[in-house]
Design a protein around this ligand. Structure first.
Ligand SMILES: *[C@@H]1O[C@H](CO)[C@@H](O)[C@H](O)[C@H]1NC(C)=O
Ligand SMILES: *[C@@H]1O[C@H](CO)[C@@H](O)[C@H](O)[C@H]1NC(C)=O
Ligand SMILES: *[C@@H]1O[C@H](CO)[C@@H](O)[C@H](O)[C@H]1NC(C)=O
Ligand SMILES: *[C@@H]1O[C@H](CO)[C@@H](O)[C@H](O)[C@H]1NC(C)=O
Length: 506
């Protein structure tokens, strides 16, 4: 009898234990980021500020471009008014407070600080505006992360050739000095540039502002001078400011994952070549052990240039001093990631007309069955995020990384379950990259806090956690379901298991 009772208890214990540990497994299976991991949101000056010609601000290349070529923007809009964030510092920071985020990534408009781009005339109202923003962030314990350049070059400097002119690097150093002298006490996390691939390729190789449309030539000149400018500013920061004011400096690069379309050796190689052209172009000189351009870029562009009759390669050469200045010029990597492409090997057709695409010689596409979004280039492929992060880890010795943008546009409306699912699936992929693969990622910013002016897509594509009513004079902001979801993530550090976990009011 004793034995029987004992056995009975034992079985009961085993059963109960099973139930309890099952329950704990459910809790354990919640996807949580650690305490130090920080959540934030991102914006950019031209896309949200408006007030394009107010209180001494100078004209930027995006002001000029949208005014001169309204036909180049799908809805013929511009960002003269945009979200009016110039007038809504308190209102916008209040939205961030409700989200419960730890950091705000914004950009400073060069032409608001230096109206003609040069350091001899500083616009006091520009200083005042960003100081007010910083004070409001400080009051609310939100860490500022500032981008010095997010596409809006002062038009006056464009008249000199913009980023194709080597002297632009010196002017960027002057501008950076003004920013560090003025805001260095308050801003401790700096990004020199946002997405140089995008603004050099689309702006100088393509027909976005300034619309040089000179692929395979001016895009490479732009990249070259931007890399020099980044290296020069980082070295200045390191030498003259780091001891005095502290802080960290990096650069934001965009990296869509590029997956081989098949397992063939040619396609594997093509995908690697594409990664080196799209991402390595800027990442290799800064983050690789070796510095300088990726060898595959150097050899392919040199060879094509020769065939096309150029005496010099269309891809400029760094001096060995420049290679050393740029190599290792980072405290962390800012990474923007949105989507994934498949890559097949190209045809090796070399035309006489230079072009980035011909130089790279691959074919890039997306699967029709991948979930669509409101941006033609953006399909929902969360696994690509993990692969991109691991490629960075393996190739660049696992640099400290801040996700400076990830986001998606869907049709208007407040009940944006598709956006919630996008963020949730990408955060799961990011979590796996960190906790299963060991990628060193310290934070994540959603793009964007608000709907805003999406460059040549105008206001047709909405990326915001908050909807902006462009018909109302107040430019009213309304939180979407995704804002509630993100609040729950930012406040708990964990991904909610169901909608029920975050359908409280904010
Ligand atoms: C500023 O631009 C607006 C158009 O966005 C125009 O109506 C206004 O007159 C301009 N103001 C000045 C001072 O030039
Ligand atoms: C850009 O350049 C291409 C090739 O030279 C040309 O066909 C096209 O018309 C140009 N586009 C614009 C908007 O200038
Ligand atoms: C995005 O949405 C706008 C407005 O609803 C629509 O006109 C456009 O066709 C959509 N684009 C894509 C690629 O779905
Ligand atoms: C605009 O904002 C003002 C001040 O906050 C408020 O009184 C007014 O009702 C708002 N108007 C609309 C149309 O939302």
């Amino acid at each position: 009898m004793m034995n029987f009772i004992y056995l009975h208890c034992f079985i009961l214990f085993v059963l109960l234990h099973g139930v309890i540990s099952d329950h704990r497994n459910v809790l354990d299976s919640r996807v949580c980021f650690d305490d130090k991991f920080s959540f934030g949101v991102a914006t950019a000056s031209y896309q949200i500020e408006g007030a394009w010609n107010v209180s001494g601000k100078g004209e930027s290349i995006w002001d000029r471009y949208t005014h001169a070529h309204p036909d180049m923007v799908v809805d013929r809009s511009n960002a003269d008014v945009a979200d009016g964030s110039y007038y809504k510092v308190k209102e916008d920071v209040a939205l961030m407070v409700k989200l419960g985020i730890g950091f705000y990534r914004f950009s400073i408009a060069w032409s608001r600080i230096l109206p003609i781009g040069l350091s001899n005339y500083v616009n006091e109202d520009g200083i005042r505006y960003y100081k007010e923003l910083l004070a409001e962030l400080r009051r609310n314990h939100i860490t500022p992360v500032a981008t010095m350049y997010h596409f809006d070059l002062p038009q006056n400097l464009q008249e000199l050739g913009g980023w194709t002119n080597p002297i632009m690097a010196d002017y960027f150093v002057d501008y950076a000095r003004v920013l560090l002298d003025t805001f260095g006490d308050e801003i401790k996390i700096w990004l020199t540039f946002n997405e140089p691939y995008t603004f050099c390729e689309d702006g100088y190789g393509g027909i976005e502002a300034p619309g040089a449309n000179s692929s395979g030539f001016e895009d490479y000149l732009c990249g070259h001078n931007v890399l020099r400018a980044h290296g020069m500013v980082y070295r200045m920061f390191d030498k003259e400011y780091r001891k005095k004011i502290g802080g960290h400096m990096g650069i934001t690069l965009d990296f869509s994952w590029l997956e081989p379309a098949t397992t063939s050796v040619e396609d594997q190689q093509a995908a690697e070549t594409a990664r080196q052209f799209y991402f390595g172009w800027f990442a290799h000189p800064i983050f690789s052990k070796y510095g300088d351009y990726p060898p595959v870029m150097r050899s392919m562009i040199d060879a094509n240039s020769k065939r096309q009759g150029f005496y010099h390669s269309r891809l400029p050469y760094f001096t060995s001093k420049e290679v050393e200045m740029i190599r290792g010029a980072y405290d962390f990597l800012g990474l923007n990631h949105y989507t994934t492409y498949l890559v097949k090997h190209g045809s090796r057709r070399i035309s006489l007309q230079p072009s980035f695409i011909d130089d790279m010689n691959v074919i890039k596409f997306q699967r029709d069955e991948w979930p669509k979004t409101n941006s033609s280039w953006l399909k929902v492929v969360p696994w690509g995020f993990r692969k991109a992060l691991n490629w960075v880890r393996v190739n660049y010795r696992n640099p400290k990384t801040l996700i400076t943008e990830n986001g998606v546009a869907f049709e208007r409306g407040l009940h944006d379950t598709k956006r919630v699912n996008y963020i949730d699936s990408y955060l799961r992929s990011l979590h796996a990259a960190i906790h299963q693969d060991g990628c060193y990622v310290i934070g994540y910013a959603y793009w964007s806090l608000l709907d805003n002016f999406e460059w040549t897509r105008g206001f047709s594509e909405r990326f915001g956690l908050h909807e902006v009513d462009y018909q109302s004079p107040n430019l009213t902001r309304t939180p979407r379901l995704s804002a509630k979801y993100f609040t729950s993530v930012a406040k708990t550090g964990c991904l909610p298991n169901s909608y029920a976990d975050y359908t409280y009011d904010i």
